[in-house]
Design a protein around this ligand. Structure first.
Ligand code: JHZ
Length: 390
């Protein structure tokens, strides 16, 4: 890869590693530089963190913590079964706590999940789960055990894999000739439009444009058949890819490519401009937090997201500016946030009307949160698309 660096997000921790006090001293940090690969147009980190440092038996993120995501996967599964294939053989790559596979038949659905705690959980649910990273060896093992798959599905996982050529070859190996490889990940176009630089952290070595994906898939014998724009996770794309080249390519592919070229996602100058906006966002966020502190306001954060690890570490925001974070995930509660060590407590203990301002760490669920918290007398604030009080 021929990468040119356009953004430096500074010293960053492992974004999903929530700590006890006695773990502060030996916490791991790395430098988060973001670059543009001139060969493929891929936005990708300059150096990748080793996968087992991030994905292991203590992994804390649970996809099923939000109703939005539970509904999202239930809806897609119903649509697929009703309109595309009634009873496909399915493989999910990166099954987390089973939020997607629980919509599918236990006998014909298989999963791959490198985090042992979650692989155990979905095995216990009755879905055969391989506790492995996704690569050609894992693909060959599953192929031998269960044959080819009609649907290979992956949500918020492909952008986590540094070696995309290896990952796509491994998909091609296990897909039936008419099979579909469907995957969804945050969209570069939406990230730039929203200035949501917090989509970048250790687990997201890449942020995908359709331009880059088309280049990468094609060189591995896969073809983009359709692209769907999704609202989840702050703006994502769902890519439908096939092994056969696109005789019947959906118009959405060309539409997305045209939009991305018009925005200039294949140009470094557009990324340089984004980097400038990121620096401005940092200044504005610090300014508002310092003002609220001077006014003696109680400020907290809502949702101990991986995304907010990027923001707090890049902007150097600690518990002097944000008193604590509330989060519904049991594995994160009573611990401290990565890098800046802000305490995390259950919402029942910390989200109430003594709070004046709540930063939306989980801004991607703003609608769900505002509906749920309609008795809140304080104010929410966010950094997307600009720093503002809602
Ligand atoms: P959420 C993770 O990113 C990591 P994060 C990963 N790399 C990825 O790609 C995306 O997910 C998909 C809590 N919460 O989904 C639950 C509340 O407390 O934005 C979660 O801890 N109350 C795999 O971590 C967090 O917020 C609520 O009402 O950035 C949301 O995390 C709701 C709705 C959520 O992903």
């Amino acid at each position: 890869m021929d990468k040119i660096k356009f953004l430096d997000l500074g010293r960053q921790p492992i974004a999903n590693r929530f700590l006890n006090e006695d773990e502060f001293e030996n916490e791991f940090f790395y430098n988060l530089g973001v670059g543009f690969d001139q060969d493929t147009g891929l936005v990708t980190q300059m150096d990748y963190v080793d996968a087992p440092m991030m994905f292991n038996d203590e992994y804390a993120y649970r996809g099923s913590m939000s109703k939005t995501m539970r509904d999202h996967f239930a809806k897609f599964s119903k649509h697929f079964k009703g309109n595309i294939h009634r009873n496909p053989k399915v493989l999910e790559i990166g099954s987390n706590d089973g939020v997607f596979i629980k919509n599918w038949n236990k006998k014909t659905t298989f999963a791959v999940e490198p985090c042992g705690n979650f692989a155990q959980e979905t095995n216990d649910m009755g879905y055969e789960t391989y506790a492995e990273f996704w690569d050609m060896d894992t693909s060959a093992e599953i192929l031998e055990d269960h044959g080819k798959m009609d649907l290979v599905f992956s949500a918020n996982c492909m952008c986590h894999i540094p070696d995309l050529d290896g990952a796509f070859q491994a998909v091609k190996n296990i897909l039936t000739d008419n099979g579909l490889f469907i995957f969804e990940d945050p969209s570069l176009q939406r990230m730039i439009a929203l200035n949501s630089y917090d989509q970048i952290y250790d687990e997201h070595p890449h942020v995908f444009s359709v331009i880059a994906l088309q280049n990468l898939l094609n060189r591995n014998g896969l073809y983009v058949a359709k692209v769907e724009k999704l609202e989840v996770h702050g703006g994502s794309n769902r890519i439908y890819a096939k092994k056969i080249s696109n005789v019947n390519q959906h118009t959405s592919v060309e539409d997305h490519l045209t939009l991305e070229r018009n925005v200039g996602l294949d140009k470094l100058s557009v990324l340089d401009n984004f980097a400038e906006k990121v620096r401005t966002s940092k200044d504005h966020l610090l300014k508002i937090l310092r003002r609220l502190k001077n006014e003696n306001k109680k400020v907290i954060s809502y949702g101990a997201t991986s995304k907010s690890a990027t923001i707090f570490n890049y902007c150097q925001i600690g518990s002097e500016l944000i008193q604590y974070i509330t989060d519904t995930t049991p594995e994160k509660q009573k611990k401290y946030s990565p890098g800046m060590h802000i305490p995390i407590i259950p919402p029942e203990e910390g989200f109430n009307n003594s709070v004046d301002y709540a930063f939306l760490g989980a801004w991607n669920f703003a609608k769900e949160i505002k509906n749920k918290e309609n008795n809140f007398t304080g104010k929410f604030f966010t950094h997307v698309p600009t720093v503002r009080i809602l």
